[in-house]
Design a protein around this ligand. Structure first.
Ligand SMILES: Cc1ncc(COP(=O)(O)O)c(C=O)c1O
Length: 391
């Protein structure tokens, strides 16, 4: 036990100790935590659908018909007609031949990469890619080459140096802690030139970017140009689960070899029903997406005008760069004490020296919510000398 206690002490000494907070209400712009009211500015419920009556009804109807648990893994007794419907829906949403649902986005990345790649592969991965991509590589036996964030010159240099017989370029579509968008047209060009496979993690782009919110490839007019598109149903889709979309052969191969798909009990029917309904809404509700992107643009401009170092972002993820761990944590704590919940993000989630407040907006935030939060963010920013005092 000393071993664990010592490890915990070391985490605390570095200011990296994390604790859970328990929300008593639905995930919405204003929440209650242990009875106290907060404006929530850190949710991935980007389109505000977590509390939507149509999704709640879809879940209730599915529970009434199918009960609760799924009762088995997908290859045994856990596949329902709803899973099939959802997989067809995702494929048509993404414009691919087929798709497959995993229990989480994390499990999708780990399952896809470890099933596809072995020691004969070289994986070229953006330095800021999500941890689940790295964990997939760890299970694969492949060689990992990380290129500088969105830096195509560095990618080319590294390809020339390390290219193997089988090669994959993998990138987040929208970077989860930064909010910027991968230079997909350049990545596709490079992959074609060197005959490499491409994989995009659309966790934060699904429902947000591209035609009908279908993701990063569509945003750049690159439909059908990406070999493997994965994403999650847990953010804008307001449900749970991960997915992969691509050619039929890819999907059939993953059904037969992705261990995180094979050896885990399937998601329950009500969760699947929620995802189907949410995708139907997302495809039709352009207004919700446009409002979110407009509001995000306005909010980040307000922060910039106030003097904050806002990282370059075109999405609802708005990071305020602070730098030191302690200062980011202090900022977040004071905000919390004043009723605004914005998580401080620190290593290992982001590189050392780049601790930040990661603000993320929902389409359902009102102007009043955001103006009230802005006043507090600015006041505390001045108090902590993160911005000047004259504004
Ligand atoms: C870029 C990225 N990929 C994958 C995941 C994992 O998705 P999930 O939360 O569904 O496991 C996340 C979210 O945490 C993410 O941000």
């Amino acid at each position: 036990m000393n071993y664990i206690t010592d490890k915990l002490i070391k985490i605390k000494d570095k200011g990296l100790y994390r604790e859970l907070r328990y929300i008593d209400t639905a995930q919405s712009p204003r929440v209650k935590i242990e009875g106290k009211d907060f404006i929530l500015l850190g949710s991935n419920n980007y389109l505000g659908l977590c509390d939507d009556f149509r999704l709640k009804k879809a879940a209730i109807d599915a529970i009434n018909k199918y009960g609760v648990g799924s009762g088995g893994s997908r290859l045994t007794t856990g596949s329902y007609d709803l899973h099939k419907q959802l997989e067809e829906k995702i494929a048509s949403f993404k414009g691919t031949e087929a798709s497959l649902v995993f229990n989480t986005g994390y499990m999708a990345n780990v399952g896809i990469i470890s099933a596809l790649c072995d020691a004969s592969w070289v994986i070229f991965s953006d330095k800021l890619n999500h941890a689940s991509i790295i964990d997939g590589y760890r299970l694969s036996g492949a060689k990992l080459i990380r290129y500088k964030h969105c830096d195509m010159n560095d990618l080319l240099n590294k390809i020339n140096k390390y290219k193997g017989s089988n090669n994959l370029i993998v990138t987040d579509g929208v970077f989860s802690m930064d909010g910027d968008i991968a230079p997909l047209p350049d990545i596709v060009k490079i992959a074609k030139k060197f005959n490499m496979m491409t994989m995009v993690d659309d966790a934060h782009a699904t429902g947000i970017l591209g035609k009908n919110g279908s993701g990063t490839a569509s945003y750049f007019g690159l439909d059908n140009e990406i070999d493997i598109i994965m994403g999650t149903l847990s953010k804008a889709v307001a449900s749970e689960g991960g997915y992969v979309a691509g050619k039929k052969d890819l999907i059939n191969y993953l059904i037969n070899s992705a261990r995180s798909f094979i050896y885990s009990t399937a998601l329950c029917p009500s969760t699947i029903a929620v995802s189907i309904k949410a995708l139907e809404i997302i495809e039709k509700d352009e207004e919700r997406r446009v409002k979110l992107l407009k509001t995000s643009n306005w909010f980040q401009n307000q922060l910039k005008v106030a003097g904050f170092n806002v990282m370059e972002t075109q999405t609802p993820i708005i990071p305020i760069l602070i730098g030191e761990v302690d200062k980011a944590v202090e900022f977040s704590k004071i905000l919390l004490s004043q009723g605004v919940y914005v998580p401080a993000i620190r290593p290992p989630s982001v590189p050392r020296g780049t601790s930040r407040l990661r603000i993320s907006l929902m389409a359902t935030h009102s102007k009043e919510d955001l103006e009230e939060a802005l006043v507090k963010i600015k006041e505390i920013g001045k108090e902590l000398k993160i911005i000047g005092g004259l504004l």
